[in-house]
Design a protein around this ligand. Structure first.
Ligand code: UDX
Length: 442
């Protein structure tokens, strides 16, 4: 099986490398020459645990190659995955320029039957658009199929998610295309992952509905947590007991500072836009988007509460706040839509001095905050002389800090544990003025 993957971003690179790992010959294509040069030198442009090993191994074995030559990639391969970006436009709808350009290139270089697989998250109807773009160019000269095969990869766990999928969604219009897609994925050593075969529109909708539902779930537990803080309940126990109900499931019930990342914020907005375009208002997702934005700001209120100050101009002048964790979640250097951005910018707005540390995301953080904040080299340096420690991302290495030492280094022992990684009672015993999300009064 010979496969081309166009776009060597997060999804494309993981897909290409993992398909090569299953013995297929994969050509990864990108227009970014620098990126392709990097990959050909064996350097991985993103931080993703385990991906370097898979890329190196399969490049050496000759199953994985990187090129800017889309013509060769289209001509030499039967299956062409489109995995280019679909960034949000100002109105929140997805920008399909990259997808459309790839479709035009594929049409231009087509030399026989091809299966064109959309892996990028695209609005419902895009598969048909891609089909039309190609058909308009090639006419009846060649037969081809367009397939929607959405990915469900989590950053930080993408290789594993690709290898062990809960389901493989194939949206296609011909038996031939479905058979080819099944052939590709039956190479998984966990070949038992169930296939869901649908039409193209359904497959496109599955991706949005899944991500929006997860965003709703997180937002729901965040609101339960906010209420727990007011009534003296423990959100961890509430979530645990809720999750024991098989209809609910325990996953994605961790409260925190709000969801971020490259998918949930973008996909929830895009889903609302798709709905609007069809004359429908997706109220529950719109509400989740609004509540999620508020949740990030609520974290700033919590910090102000700990410091005993009212939210007003200049109120944090002279205060130093240390922030541990900047990435939108652990095991990634990705800062896109990270709650840390809103929280830090708000704290700066009220005059605070910020000292920050993240195990991996420091370089990306520098691009966002520049010299507005101080960058530290470890946890203990970060908390030195600070008035409040704020934990924004739950990196494992933050879970067992020497909290006595931390307390001793701080000017004031205020702790805003926005990922609930410490026990409230223990922290209070150590003399911390402690707050978290949904267990603040337990
Ligand atoms: C998500 C989906 O999980 C994945 O299937 C899809 O393909 C892409 O989007 P990702 O954005 O990488 O993956 O991370 P995920 O682990 O889902 O977390 C997203 C955000 O939700 C993070 O900000 C995380 O901190 C937050 N989150 C997650 C919570 O606040 N609570 C939870 O219980 C779970």
């Amino acid at each position: 099986m010979r496969i081309a993957v166009v776009g060597t971003g997060y999804v494309g690179l993981v897909t290409g490398a993992c398909l090569a790992e299953f013995g297929m010959f994969v050509t990864c294509v990108d227009i970014d020459e620098k990126k392709i040069e990097m990959l050909n030198r064996g350097e991985i442009p993103i931080y993703e645990p385990g991906l370097d090993v898979v890329v190196e191994k399969n490049s050496k074995a000759g199953r994985l190659k990187f090129t800017t030559d889309i013509e060769e990639a289209v001509k030499n391969n039967l299956v062409i995955f489109i995995a280019v970006g679909t960034p949000p436009k100002d109105d929140g709808s997805a920008d399909l320029t990259y997808v459309e350009n790839v479709a035009k290139d594929i049409a231009k270089y087509m030399n026989g039957y091809k299966v064109i697989v959309n892996k990028s998250t695209v609005p419902v109807g895009t598969g048909q658009k891609v089909k039309k773009i190609i058909r308009d160019i090639v006419g009846d000269k060649y037969k081809f199929d367009v397939v929607s095969n959405p990915e469900f990869l989590r950053e930080g766990a993408a290789v594993n998610d690709f290898m062990r999928p809960d389901r493989i969604v194939i949206g296609a219009e011909s038996d031939e295309a479905v058979a080819i897609m099944k052939d590709i994925y039956s190479a998984h050593y966990l070949g038992e992952a169930p296939f869901v075969v649908t039409n193209i529109e359904t497959a496109e909708m599955i991706k949005y509905a899944s991500n929006a539902f997860l965003a709703l779930k997180i937002t729901f537990i965040n609101e339960v947590a906010n209420l727990c803080d007011l009534v003296g309940a423990d959100v961890h126990k509430v979530a645990k007991a809720m999750g024991m109900d098989g209809r609910i499931s325990p996953k994605f019930l961790h409260p925190g500072p709000g969801y971020g990342g490259s998918c949930f914020p973008k996909d929830t907005l895009a889903l609302c836009n798709i709905a609007k375009e069809h004359g429908y208002q997706f109220k529950v997702v719109e509400a989740a988007i609004e509540v999620n934005e508020e949740q990030k700001l609520r974290m700033v209120d919590k910090i102000m509460g700990l410091l005993g100050v009212e939210k007003k101009e200049g109120v944090l002048e002279g205060k130093t706040i240390s922030v541990l964790g900047l990435a939108f979640k652990p095991n990634t250097d990705d800062m896109r839509e990270s709650p840390a951005i809103i929280i830090i910018n708000e704290l700066l707005k009220y005059g605070a001095k910020i000292k920050a540390f993240d195990p991996i995301a420091m370089e990306n953080a520098k691009k966002i905050f520049g010299d507005k904040i101080e960058y530290c080299s470890d946890e203990y340096e970060t908390v030195q002389d600070s008035d409040c420690l704020t934990i924004v991302t739950e990196w494992n290495q933050f879970r067992k800090l020497d909290m006595e030492r931390i307390g001793g280094l701080m000017k004031e022992k205020n702790l805003a544990d926005l990922r609930n990684i410490y026990e409230p009672a223990k922290m209070r015993k150590l003399g911390f003025n402690y707050t978290c999300v949904g267990r603040s009064k337990v």
